[in-house]
Design a protein around this ligand. Structure first.
Ligand code: SAM
Length: 280
């Protein structure tokens, strides 16, 4: 499809710029511009917003974001082969697309954006999860962004929205649900991507809440939850031993039965536990 911006189809762009997909960079591209425009719409009204896009690749989602009226897109791409293709998009949207050739895990570009800021990305899942945890755990809240619209492997998306008692419930669910209201907004089969990955994907939308649901220090909560779920089948009084010898006392302070297991504890319970550890 060329009509959204007059630019050539993504297949041609990829061939002309020699962007053969690299497994090492997790490159599974979205080539259907109707689909990328749909994902851009899931990010909400972009007209008055700056968008931080991580991993634009040949620019399918970038074109969707710009076609949906983003005030400005700041695109951070690690693969230098994609930059010339992205510059062609920038030429069609003067002053609206800034391109940074860098590893998103190594640089912080938030200071280059003006509020309101939305984040959109289709990233390799390990980079996506690492960035998600960073975006969810800044020392102060609200964060620099209003919303995150992120593609994940479906199994990772399910971990983000999981509830207590389920197998998928763990650190990602707690950190996400503590400060945002995450929802799976689109499911995508492997064939939506080129090349097709082995598993299905899903887009998750996370809107930053004005304040966390329960008080807790983000670093302490992150550490307590990671430790609790590291040995998820153990009773918490044993699983929490790496944090110190007084796990039972801390659990009692948080009104949690010491023989309970991590997956039975609600978000509110984990926040109480983080406060109990912080008090020590
Ligand atoms: N957004 C494009 C799309 O939807 O077709 C590309 C998606 S592809 C799954 C992931 C993209 O992230 C690739 O272009 C890859 O080069 C880029 N990438 C991988 N690791 C990255 C990192 N650490 N920092 C920035 N970009 C990265």
């Amino acid at each position: 499809m060329t009509q959204i911006d007059g630019l050539p189809p993504l297949r041609d762009v990829i061939t002309r710029h020699g962007i053969a997909a690299k497994k090492s960079l997790g490159q599974n591209f979205l080539l259907d511009l109707n689909l990328t425009a749909k994902i851009a719409r899931l990010a909400g009204d972009l007209t008055g917003a700056d968008v931080l896009e991580i991993g634009p690749g040949p620019g399918g989602l970038t074109r969707g974001l710009l076609a949906e009226g983003a005030r400005r897109v700041l695109a951070v791409e690690k693969d230098a082969r994609c930059i010339a293709a992205l510059e062609e998009i920038a030429a069609v949207y003067p002053g609206k697309l800034d391109i940074v050739n860098a590893d998103a895990l190594e640089i912080d570009v938030s200071a280059r954006l003006t509020a309101p800021i939305k984040v959109a990305a289709n990233l390799p899942y390990n980079v996506g999860t690492e960035l998600l945890v960073r975006w969810l755990t800044p020392p102060a809240w609200p964060p620099f962004w209003d919303s995150l619209t992120l593609m994940f492997q479906r199994e990772v998306a399910q971990r983000i929205v999981a509830t207590p008692g389920s197998k998928a419930y763990g650190r990602l669910a707690i950190l996400s649900q503590w400060r945002t209201d995450p929802a799976i907004v689109l499911d995508l089969p492997p064939e939506a991507f080129t090349p097709a990955p082995k598993v299905s994907s899903a887009v998750v939308h996370l809107r930053a809440l004005p304040a966390p649901r329960f008080p807790a220090d983000p670093a302490v909560l992150n550490k307590v939850v990671a430790t609790a779920f590291n040995q998820r089948r153990k009773m918490l009084r044993s699983a929490l031993k790496p944090l110190g010898p007084d796990a039972e006392d801390r659990l009692k302070m948080a009104a949690i039965v010491p023989t309970a297991r991590a997956e039975e504890i609600s978000l509110e319970g984990f926040c109480a536990l983080a406060r109990a550890y912080q008090a020590s």
